[in-house]
Design a protein around this ligand. Structure first.
Ligand code: ZN
Length: 215
């Protein structure tokens, strides 16, 4: 697919796009440059996102642990170094850490670490991802007055529901990031998005008027 172009940053919808932003954040995955999606962005949005991306990567990495080869790589590649460097992050995590059982998409139950994560961090990062992917798939900016609501899912959603068969599915970096979405054909700013990160971490977002009744 030839990516659409925009002279305006697709994240803030205000400033000129002078650079590109990775959606999803590149640091979430290993992989080569060509495997990643980018959208036009301004330097302020681009620079402002890197600290959020790194912090969220650490949370996700700590949560999915070393369950998959890619997750192991993610952890060894950078996340554990950030943990060692950041006393604040480490103590924030350790003070709330406990083990929980989760069911993955294959219906298998596994345990992983769970801890309190800052919802605002997910909101910021996945609002950006949602706006970026909305642009890539529709060729249009999601208007700034359309809100994006982000929810964290504890378990894999049951994708066998007939309602979920309308979802279009794509993946990035060899399935390390799978996203599904459905847009209202009559009003494309209404949408539902579902993100699966390293096969064991799920985030959902809703845009527009569907916010209150999606899922
Ligand atoms: Zn911007």
């Amino acid at each position: 697919m030839q990516p659409p172009k925009s002279a305006i940053c697709v994240i803030c919808g205000r400033r000129p796009a002078t650079t590109v932003e990775h959606v999803p954040p590149r640091g979430f995955f290993k992989g080569t440059v060509g495997q990643f999606l980018t959208v036009p962005a301004c330097t302020i949005c681009n620079n402002g996102s890197s600290e959020d991306d790194e912090t969220l990567r650490n949370y996700i990495s700590a949560q999915i642990g070393k369950q998959t080869t890619d997750a192991k790589y993610l952890w060894e590649w950078g996340a554990h170094k950030s943990f060692l460097r950041s006393t604040k992050l480490r103590s924030a995590l350790l003070s709330t850490t406990h083990e929980v059982e989760v069911a993955n998409e294959d219906g298998l139950t596994t345990t992983r670490l769970a801890f309190v994560v800052p919802v605002s961090l997910y909101q910021r990062v996945f609002e950006r991802v949602t706006r970026g992917l909305h642009f890539l798939h529709t060729g249009k900016l999601l208007p700034t007055d359309i809100c994006v609501q982000v929810n964290l899912l504890i378990n894999s959603p049951d994708l066998s529901f007939p309602e979920l068969q309308i979802f279009e599915t794509h993946s990035v970096a060899e399935e390390a990031f799978v996203y599904r979405f459905a847009l209202d054909p009559e009003e494309i700013s209404n949408g539902v998005w579902l993100f699966t990160i390293h096969g064991s971490h799920w985030v959902q977002s809703s845009t527009g008027a569907l916010v209150d009744n999606a899922f």
